[in-house]
Design a binder for this molecule. Structure first.
Ligand code: COA
Length: 254
């Protein structure tokens, strides 16, 4: 199983476990994560959700082979079900990031409530480098978090950044030694066992209320452009370059 799910002591854990492909996310994996989030949201025994990867990699983002062979076709595609399930999760979601978090590995963090990163984590949103555009409302959230010029470094140039920088700009709560990240994140998730569950849910809803509509609308607008770009010659060149382990050559494009 590339996604492992478990419920223990009030915490529903979603673990990305496909280390041989650097935890790249396939359609099936998005579907499993979407289903797990929906189930956690309605399960009485669950007070919080924990999303984690492997010690050496959180996720390398969308599986690039899937981008080529089975791109998302409509709003019901597993990736969009996952996005809606995460944005719509009424319970606190905690992310434990060890290793690299690339593409949606970074953008999913904007929709979690607590994010803990390791001192060796590297985050990146290399959409443009793949001939694509930002997704999961990152075109809205990133400029708001850090201002346009810093956002341009991350979203136009696709520059990677450290866990420490993620904490400085408000993407992450705390930077911890890699070996401590998952245990710390779990302890925070378990704190919700002692809190009034409906007060937590209502408070999360109030905190997200102002941006909820904008986020959903941005996801939709981005998805339309992203979907078209997946079929573009620029993206094809980038995907082929990735598998041929070379730099893409965009010199012939206008
Ligand atoms: N989709 C599909 N396969 C992926 C992948 C992805 N997103 N990321 C890694 N893999 C595969 C590689 O093709 C390779 O497969 P192989 O062993 O069959 O050749 C395997 O996972 C190991 O990856 P590799 O690149 O050799 O590992 P690395 O340690 O040198 O680099 C990363 C790790 C994460 C930095 C690098 O794999 C990477 O940049 N991945 C793509 C990130 C990306 O652009 N994601 C999409 C964002 S929208």
């Amino acid at each position: 199983m590339s996604i492992k799910t478990a419920i223990h002591n009030g915490v529903a854990t979603i673990e990305i476990a496909r280390p041989e492909k650097k935890n790249a996310l396939t359609r099936e994996m998005y579907q499993t994560m979407a289903d797990a989030l929906v189930a956690a949201n309605s399960a009485k025994s669950v007070r919080a959700v924990l999303i984690q990867g492997q010690p050496e990699i959180f996720t390398s983002g969308n599986d690039i082979e899937d981008f080529m062979s089975s791109p998302p076709r409509d709003e019901d595609a597993p990736v969009f079900q996952f996005m809606r399930a995460l944005v719509g999760c009424e319970k606190p979601v905690v992310a434990a990031v060890t290793g690299a978090a690339i593409g949606i590995g970074t953008t999913l963090l904007f929709h979690c409530d607590f994010v803990f990163v390791s001192d060796e984590s590297r985050l990146a949103m290399p959409f443009v480098g793949l001939g694509l555009v930002p997704e999961f409302a990152s075109s809205l959230v990133v400029p708001r978090l850090m201002g346009h010029v810093k956002a341009a470094e991350k979203l136009l140039l696709g520059d990677p950044f450290t866990g420490a920088e993620a904490a400085e700009c408000g993407i992450a709560n705390r930077v911890l030694p890699a070996a401590e990240v998952q245990a710390h994140a779990r302890r925070v998730a378990e704190r919700f066992n002692a809190l009034a569950p409906s007060a937590v849910r209502e408070s999360k809803r109030l905190m997200r209320r102002h941006s909820a509509e904008e986020v959903m609308e941005t996801i939709k607008v981005e998805a339309e452009i992203f979907g078209a770009r997946l079929r573009s010659p620029e993206a094809m060149e980038a995907f082929q370059a990735f598998f041929q382990k070379r730099q893409p050559d965009f010199s012939q494009f206008e």
